[in-house]
Design a protein around this ligand. Structure first.
Ligand code: NIG
Ligand code: FE
Length: 403
């Protein structure tokens, strides 16, 4: 049932007790105040914070972003407004490849500086964990540069970063019509090096007629398995290429986009426990017509996450709260499903069991929003209601102050 999403029960008059970077207990206020950890004579509450009727949620998790990149794609935006399609721009050598050129030219410092701006805005709006993919370098040196920058973001900003190696994002110019040779480079040189340096927490690929075939993705996934790295997949975004089933076959943490996934793919995801990550920003920006199969995903109880897909080409957005609204309005999610999509299900998509829900032993990552209900969080567009953000037990907000 759409409105019974495990992990999204709302507690009225609730309270939360934390100790260091962990949650001790959560429940109704009188129960929390009488908790044994407080009743013990040697323990007192160091600090009590009145959330004044706000909505306290687990820290939000953006489980699919490409937020480290050089340049922008405003010229292609204009081309698209003139009627040239995303695929056509890609076939002409633009699209992902134009961001690859700009990213290769950028120093680590430049990439870190532009990415930090995006991450700061996300943090101020309640995000405490996010995933960042490579995929705009496409040489070993440039892919590692992107992953190092992504890793370094958590040193300066109050956020946990999960990194994903996306070497199989596009065929670089220098490998034109030599796709198999490029996949060999990804498998034989890039993946082992990235794994050895522990630069990536998972491996992704773009399975599509403008990118890589199922057979090529399979090679990447087999190598990832050999290196004990979990996988995820950009699947069935523009055509049904059997991407969801392929992701499921490899026990992927997530299959992402899924606009063209059919029931066979949905059933495969259900069997493998793979999370369906829905990306309404890209759907909107590319003016897609076909929605992901939300009713089927619901029927087969596939957990659905929502993410920004923050990138310069198909989803130039860093507001996860806007994705809540778009997920409801465009994909038909209930507000409860949408909020589960950026908390409990987003954590599952990253393979993280210590966050995404407010429960004893979980990380003390949470945010208080100036709204009354889950619905109020999803319904307005463009407001920023985060009043307080706590990451690993430390107050990192109020928002809009320098982080
Ligand atoms: O998730 N689909 C592939 N990758 C990105 C787009 C990247 C780009 O256009 O720069 C996506 O939509
Ligand atoms: Fe993406």
């Amino acid at each position: 049932m759409a409105d019974k999403v495990p992990g999204t029960e709302v507690i009225e008059e609730g309270a939360l007790l934390t100790d260091g970077d962990q949650i001790v207990t959560v429940g109704r206020r009188p129960d929390v105040l009488s908790h044994s950890a407080l009743a013990r004579s040697d323990r007192e509450v160091d600090e009590a914070v009145d959330c004044a009727g706000g909505l306290l949620l687990p820290g939000l998790i953006d489980c699919h972003t490409h937020l480290v990149f050089g340049g922008d794609r405003s010229r292609e935006f204009e081309q698209r407004l003139e009627g040239v399609s995303y695929q056509e721009i890609s076939r002409q050598g633009g699209g992902i490849r134009s961001t690859v050129a700009a990213t290769r030219e950028s120093s680590e410092q430049e990439l870190r500086s532009s990415a930090s701006g995006r991450v700061s805005r996300m943090c101020a709006n309640g995000v405490t964990t996010l995933e960042v993919k490579s995929g705009y370098g496409l040489t070993l040196k440039d892919e590692e540069k992107m992953l190092s920058v992504a890793r370094s973001l958590s040193e300066r900003l109050p956020v946990s970063i999960h990194t994903t190696f996306l070497g199989a994002h596009a065929i670089p110019e220098e490998f034109h019509e030599k796709n198999d040779d490029y996949i060999q480079l990804v498998c034989e040189e890039m993946l082992p090096s990235v794994a050895k340096q522990q630069l990536a927490d998972s491996v992704d690929a773009f399975c599509e007629n403008i990118a890589f075939t199922n057979q090529q993705v399979r090679q990447v996934f087999e190598k990832a398995r050999e290196l004990s790295l979990p996988v995820r997949l950009h699947a069935d975004q523009l055509t049904n290429s059997g991407g969801a089933a392929l992701a499921a076959e490899f026990g992927a943490l997530s299959a992402d986009h899924l606009e063209y996934t059919d029931e066979v793919g949905v059933k495969a995801l259900a069997r493998s426990g793979t999370v369906a990550v829905l990306l309404p920003g890209a759907f909107y920006f590319l003016k897609e017509k076909q929605c992901p199969p939300v009713a089927l995903l619901r029927e087969h109880q596939v957990p659905m996450a929502l993410a920004t897909d923050c990138n310069p080409g198909s989803s130039p957005v860093d507001s996860l709260l806007l994705m809540l609204n778009m997920g409801c309005v465009m994909f038909g999610l209930t507000p409860r499903e949408a909020v589960a999509g950026v908390t409990v299900h987003a954590a599952k998509a990253l393979g993280l069991s210590d966050r995404g829900a407010l429960k004893p032993g979980s990380r003390a990552d949470f945010a208080v929003f100036d709204v009354e209900t889950l619905s109020h969080l999803c319904y307005p567009i463009g407001v920023e209601p985060a009043r307080m953000v706590v990451q690993a037990g430390c107050l990192t907000g109020p928002p809009h102050k320098a982080l």
